[in-house]
Design a protein around this ligand. Structure first.
Ligand code: SF4
Length: 154
């Protein structure tokens, strides 16, 4: 069994990510880079049956290799700066980076701490800004559907 899993893992690594994105859909990889979990609660609410992000073709995926958007929450800790860059490098083009919440946008809610690497913008190019502490599910849904439109027209 272990050998089979290893073989499958090697096969997956050898297969390049498809350059063709399903039309009208957006795969989102979420990374918590030091959040209080408030933003995650609102993101989870955006996928509930009321806001139902999936109806617009927006899906949260487990791997950056399958993602169109890297969605980052939280004040960016120094320990998360490297993993964020790694996740970004793994994403196929075209790719977008979204900063979700005031912490990721660098509003300095936690003050100047040595453990913080600064706003997301200091680590990666940010394409989408979703302000709020935390942003509402509606604001998250609107920003992500705007990203879907942007990728579709690129
Ligand atoms: S923006 Fe507000 S809700 Fe979101 S992680 Fe920061 S403190 Fe928490």
């Amino acid at each position: 069994m272990f050998v089979l899993l290893n073989h499958l893992q090697r096969l997956r690594r050898a297969t390049p990510p498809s350059p063709v994105r399903a039309r009208g859909s957006l795969a989102v990889r979420h990374v918590d880079a030091g959040s209080c979990n408030g933003c995650e609660h609102e993101l989870a609410a955006a996928t509930n049956p009321f806001y139902d992000l999936q109806q617009y073709g927006l899906n949260v995926v487990a791997s950056p290799r399958h993602a169109d958007v890297l969605l980052v929450t939280g004040a960016i800790t120094t320990r998360m700066a490297g993993p964020l860059r790694t996740a970004y490098e793994a994403m196929p083009e075209p790719r977008l980076v979204a900063a979700l919440g005031d912490c990721a946008l660098g509003c300095n809610l936690l003050g100047d701490q040595a453990e913080l690497a600064g706003p997301l913008e200091a680590i990666l190019p940010v394409d989408l800004r979703i302000p709020g502490c935390p942003p509402t599910p509606k604001a998250i849904a609107q920003a992500l559907t705007a990203a879907l439109h942007r990728l579709a027209t690129d």
